[in-house]
Design a protein around this ligand. Structure first.
Ligand code: F6P
Ligand code: MG
Length: 454
């Protein structure tokens, strides 16, 4: 079977087109702003910091001039061996057409961009920059603005766990599974890289409230949660994996889901997979997990809630449970270089150490848009293509997969005939270009596949 083409950066009908011309420069300028502040604060690292700033400015020019994308040098590969896989992929793509910033394949180039940014930091002569997360301040300040949503969800968790204590019948558990999976799904609407576009913080916060979550249920265009529930409930209930997406509110929502799964004995362990380098602005690194724990306990971080007894109790109860599970190893935080490569997840069975580990899982949840793009290869599949077809080799990998994704890019699969047209009409009735509904962040897909044919 011949595969469809991927999204390309020069396709005006792709969200790639505006992302690379508008949002990438904003993200780089934001990073420059962060570094300028940091350089002022630590004069001893000013010179090396300014070097990184110059590289970022040169990269902005390379975008403007649509320069050819360069291979990573041997020295750079010696600092991060994963970069050799980027070079191999670049060489393959160059055989077809010389890859340039504004015309190359979107998924490859967007991953390459974050790998390149990381190279600027790890190759600095000053070790101060080697582990510096240029998006850390943005991650923290945005999470701080999620105070209302966080406290509301802590209270919801508290009341639902009380109910859970009383009724452990299957019907209640199933309803709660839906509720908590929904919380985790819409947590993905809090993508900090979207802040660089036209979506306001208010828009993002509006999907955090419970009321809005209910309203948003009709916006889940493909919903395989029942099948995922059936699978998980009949599984060994030993281990659940979450390939995380964004830090801050989304991570918090994923942790709420994790606590529910542990409290209700749907699993004994939750393994959280993080990125090992700063990635797509807001993705979770292990230190972001620890930061979140600290922030929830810090009276100055969510200061309003710490001044209200009820809010404070709800926050503390959540943190107490989270720490309890984490300290006894029921919640594990892991990283693997595979998650920051540029390839489709169809290659996962070839990353044998990671694959063999994931085979121990009863369910592997992939959060967010980028994970979905990698699951489906970011190819322009016909939207009625079955999810099991779009995930190619993963379909027979024996990994039970659940994708929880709000749509922020072109690719969508698994839709019934006619729905694409209906949603496009709905989006154009909002005064938008209907064709671009899949990248609006207003709709979501929940896709499940067992990992083998039945
Ligand atoms: O909105 C476009 C984008 O930057 C995509 O490049 C990427 O897939 C997505 O946002 C990141 O979203 P998420 O954090 O949900 O993976
Ligand atoms: Mg992300």
């Amino acid at each position: 079977m011949s595969l469809p083409e991927p999204s390309y950066n020069d396709d005006v009908k792709s969200f790639a087109f505006t992302t690379v011309r508008d949002r990438w420069p904003k993200i780089l300028n934001g990073a420059i702003g962060d570094l300028e502040e940091q350089v002022k604060k630590s004069p001893s690292n000013a010179e090396t910091g300014n070097d990184i700033i110059s590289k970022l400015r040169a990269l902005l020019k390379a975008f403007q001039n649509d320069e050819i994308v360069a291979y990573f040098s041997e020295k750079e590969v010696s600092l991060n061996s994963s970069l050799s896989l980027y070079n191999a992929q670049l060489s393959k793509l160059n055989e077809k057409k010389k890859v340039t910033w504004l015309t190359g394949p979107w998924l490859f180039l967007e991953c390459y961009l974050y790998a390149l940014l990381n190279v600027y930091f790890i190759s600095s002569p000053a070790s101060f920059w080697h582990t510096y997360d240029v998006f850390n301040n943005l991650k923290n300040s945005t999470f701080q603005q999620s105070e209302l949503g966080v406290v509301e969800l802590c209270k919801r968790y508290r009341s639902l766990s009380e109910q859970l204590g009383e009724h452990k019948d299957e019907g209640t558990l199933k309803a709660l599974f839906h509720e908590f999976a929904d919380i985790s799904l819409w947590g993905n609407a809090t993508d900090l890289s979207l802040l660089a576009g036209s979506v306001s913080l208010e828009d993002i916060q509006s999907v955090q409230g419970e009321e809005n979550r209910k309203k948003n249920e009709k916006n889940i265009l493909v919903n395989d949660l029942d099948a995922a529930w059936k699978h998980l409930n009949n599984s060994k209930k030993e281990r659940l994996d979450i390939v995380l997406d964004n830090a801050g509110f989304e991570l918090f929502a994923d942790l709420i889901f994790s606590l529910f799964a542990l409290d209700s004995n749907l699993t004994k362990t939750v393994v959280l997979h993080c990125k090992s380098i700063p990635w797509f602005v807001s993705d979770v690194m292990p230190k972001d997990f620890l930061n979140l724990l600290g922030q929830l306990q810090d009276p100055n971080f969510f200061s309003k809630s710490h001044n209200s007894e009820d809010d404070n109790d709800a926050l503390n109860a959540f943190v107490h449970e989270l720490k309890r599970y984490y300290e006894r190893g029921a919640i594990k935080v892991q990283t693997h270089p595979y998650w920051t490569l540029c390839n489709e997840y169809w290659t996962l069975p070839k990353a044998t150490d990671l694959y063999n580990d994931l085979l121990k899982s009863d369910l592997v949840i992939f959060k967010g848009d980028l994970n979905y793009r990698k699951l489906t290869g970011d190819l322009l599949w016909n939207k009625t293509t079955a999810f099991s077809v779009a995930i190619q080799d993963l379909a027979t990998s024996k990994l039970p997969i659940l994708a929880l994704r709000t749509c922020k890019a072109d690719v969508v699969v698994g839709m019934p005939e006619g729905l694409d047209e209906k949603v496009a009409k709905e989006y154009s009735d909002m005064g938008k270009d209907g064709h671009f509904w899949p990248s609006s962040g207003k709709w979501a897909v929940v896709s499940f596949w067992l990992g083998y044919d039945v």
